[in-house]
Design a protein around this ligand. Sequence first.
Ligand code: HXC
Ligand code: NAP
Length: 273
Amino acid sequence: MSATFDFSGRTVVVVGGTSGINLGIADAFARSGANVAVASRSPEKVDKAVDQLKAHGTTVLGAAFDVRDIDGVKTGLQTFHETLGAFDVVVSGAAGNFPAYAKDMSSNAFRSVVEIDLLGSFHVAREAYPHLKKPGASYIHISAPQAFLASQLQSHVSAAKAGVDMLTRSLALEWGGDGIRVNSIVPGPIAGTEGMARLAPTPALKDAVTNSVPLKRDGSPDDIANAAMMLASNAAGYINGTVLPVDGGWHLAGYSAMMMSLADAFAALQKST
Ligand code: HXC
Ligand code: NAP
C-alpha cells in the first residue's frame, strides 16, 4: 500500500525506471500527482513503462539511453527538462548484477557492473545537476546492502554500490549549499524483482531469504516508493547525506546469511557440472 503524499505539479525523473523497484517508485509518484519521466536502455521497456504510468493522468515522458554513455544521458535529461521544467526529484537506480566469483570474472564482466552502477550514477548526477530545482530538489540513489556488507559472488556490485554511497555523501556536501538534498535508499529483498531472481533463483533460497528478514516478509516496490516519497517530501527537509536501509532490518544479519546460502548452492552446482 502507498502512503499518502501529494506531488501534484512536481517533476520527477527516474533513471532505470522501466522495471522492478524503480518503476514502482515512478508509479507511486505518478499516483501522487507528479509529472514523471523514466529512462533505460530498452526502447520497448521505456514504451511499456510510459503506457503504464500514463494511466494515472499526469504528463509522462520516456527516453532510451545507456547510463554508461554520457552524451545519451545529457540529451535524454535535456529533453525531459524542455518539456517538464526543472526537476524536483531525481531517482537514480540503473544497475546490473549477476552472481560470480571474482576469480572467475573477466575484466569486462567486473567493468560492466562498475560502469553501469557507479560511473552511470556519476553521469546521471552530473547531467541532472543543471536541471535540478535550486533550492528544493531531492536527489536519491538506489543503493544495495552489498555497499556495506561483504559477501561472496558480489565483489563487483559491492565495489560499485559502495562507490555510489560515497557519491551520495560527496554530493550532499557539494550540493547542500544549493538547497539540494542527496540521499541513498538501500532496499532489502524485494519480491518479484530481477535482482531477487538473480540472487535467489530457487524456491528454497527464496524461503531462506524471507526467513532471514527480521520482519519475516519480503519487501514490495511500494515499501521502497514510500521511503522515496518521504525523502522527497518536506518532512525530510533536514535529511541530507543519509544512507537509509528500507529492508525490515535485513542489513543487521539476514543479507549475509542469504548470500552464504547462495554461495553453497553455487558451489554445489559447480561440483555437479
Ligand atoms: C560471469 C558474466 C555473467 C555471469 C555476464 N557476464 N553475465 N560473467 N557470470 N553470470 C559477463 C559477460 O560475459 C561479459 O564479459 C560482461 O559480463 C558483460 O556482459 P554483457 O552481456 O555484454 O553486458 P551488458 O549487455 O552491458 O549487460 C550488463 C549485465 C546484464 C550486468 C551483464 O546482466 C544486465 O544488463 N543487467 C541489467 C539488469 C539487472 O542486472 N538487474 C538486477 C539489478 S539488482 P566478457 O568478458 O565475456 O565480454 C541489483 C542488486 C540486487 O543490482 C541486490 C539484492 C540484494
Ligand atoms: P531491474 O528491474 O533490472 O531494474 C534495473 C533498471 O535499470 C531497469 O529499468 C533497466 O532497464 C535499467 N538499466 C540497467 N542497465 C542500464 C543501463 N546501462 N543504462 C540505463 N538503464 C539501465 O532490477 P531491480 O531488482 O528492480 O533493481 C532496481 C534497483 O534496486 C537497482 O539499483 C538495484 O541495485 C537495487 N536493489 C534491488 C534489490 C532487489 O531486491 N531487487 C535489492 C537491493 C537493491 P533496461 O534493461 O531497459 O536498461
